[in-house]
Design a protein around this ligand. Sequence first.
Ligand code: CMP
Length: 140
Amino acid sequence: ALERTLSIIKPDAVAKNAIGAIVGRFEAAGLKVVAAKLKQLSRKEAEGFYAVHKERPFFGALVEFMISGPVFIQALEGEGAIQKNRDLMGATDPKKADKGTIRADFAESIDANAVHGSDSAENAAIEIAYFFATTEVVSA
Ligand code: CMP
């Protein structure tokens, strides 16, 4: 099915000047950028975005990391976009990520892991709406 998913290029990958290289992988895989912005997240925005992880031991470090520098947020559209993006990213922990995936190539650790991607259609809709107004998502 034609789907949309939320992608965040995290502060580590933005700091490495890897925005273009990562977006290039999405586009080469047939995903279309239908919304995008560079943004410095506030603590409140980062806490709200990751609210499902609030009780996890890594929550504090995750929020600190996500506000440590600008992030590049996109909505991606395409056939099976949610799974396609997850396949391109590789495992959450870059040490476990398959060769040739974004996390294997750009990430240093499970915390600084280069990218976020929605894990389900339900969360994709919630996450896209968290960062983009409907008028900011533009598809041909
Ligand atoms: P992300 O897909 O952005 O969703 C939550 C993030 O928490 C995850 O990527 C990791 O960067 C970070 N994280 C840190 N430790 C863990 C862990 N043990 N399990 C899952 N996510 C973790």
